[in-house]
Design a protein around this ligand. Sequence first.
Ligand code: ZN
Length: 481
Amino acid sequence: MKFFYFLLLTIFPVIGMSQEISFSYDIYNSYENYREPSLNCRRIKHADILPLIEKLRHNSKFVVHKLGESVEKRELFLLKIGTGKTKIFLWSQMHGDESTATMALFDIFNFFSANDNLNGIREKILSEATLYFLPMVNPDGAEIFQRRNIWEIDLNRDASRLITPEADILMNTFDTLKADFGFNLHDQSTKYSVGRNYKQATISFLAPAFNEQKDLSQNREKAIKLIGMMNQILQQFIPGHVAKYSDDYEPRAFGDTFQKKGTSTILIESGGWKDDIEKQFVRKINFIGMMSAFLSIANNTYVEMPTDNYDAVPMNDKFLFDLLLTNILVKKNDQHIPVDVAINVTEQNLDSSSAFTSFGLIEDIGDLSIFHGIDEMDCSGLTLREAKVYAKEVETEKEFSEINFQKLVEDGIGYLPVQKTLLHSKNRSHLHEKFPVCFVDDADYQFKLKIGEQPAFYLYKNDTPKYVVLGGKIIRLHNTK
Ligand SMILES: [Zn+2]
């Protein structure tokens, strides 16, 4: 795959993009100057962005305009900056649990508020373009960190009927602006791979189709060229981690509808990056992608980009698991057979949706040699032995805090029976941070190597435990016991 990208860059050399490239390195290196520090995790709420918008009201560079309110009366705002003739409209988080780009938008606001050695570029962008931003289209969904709005309607399937106030506001804003470019900002599964590759699709792009035939119009072609340009910029920082989102036409979606109405529309999906649970690096990559696009639009350099560059970006695919353990010896019918075991980590909101817990589930078993793991280990020569269940049900948070997890592992225990109310308490997340033990609501629970089960097992070399697999993690054991 490395060779493929080498080839890509050789066939499609960077044309007239030297300023965009040096700018992208400048903001990559000085990103901390622009990063909005009050937003630092995915579960941001409307209340977190309100004081930042209030501050921009008093910033003479920005015009802040209230557009309307969500179902639960949270205000939606349009922020405008610049005086140029090309209109660029960006909206984020129409899915409440997709906040990466919202954070990046506030980094962009900080960039344009700053006064430093990049003033020339700021002035260039703002004299050629006018930028309009609608951050957090779905604040009620964000409040409980769920995709849909509070009526359980997917706003991105409401672009035609417009029965939700949020979709209605977005469509009205779009129709009023008639922007030249539209940026539709989302998050996608962190488990998407770039084609059949082992690399996570950290950013996926799409120039949505405007009909079933996926025809090319002048406007769609502009979006395709701009994506080709952003791809080339981002390959410098996340080589091989850029993919393309499915381009099936969806008439109920905003991107497809806006493309149809004549705006060059670009979908940006923020995916995963290893160990970046809160997606702060992905946020930075978003910031760089969008800023480079603004400069390229201002300089009109993207028009030189061959459309083949877009075509060559691999599609999103599903060849990744969070943890893939290969060749584990498992006892079946008095003999040991080698199997691969794939585990995915699932996230669950807790009481207050500011907290969450995550746990692993067995996703697949058998010959998984065509797949990859974000974490992967060859377990040849290691034999599986199931973890035991703790003898007593945990009933109070005090009992929780008194458990010696180190000792649990030494005793071969991987499952902790926990009373139901505690299972959903937000303190569960603190506990999980301490130790990724599996919680069960039944003291008679018994581990089975079965799809859908929570994995807790030991890997033995002869009679010595070498590793323990707990939830979605594999931990090396140093103790020889
Ligand atoms: Zn989305």
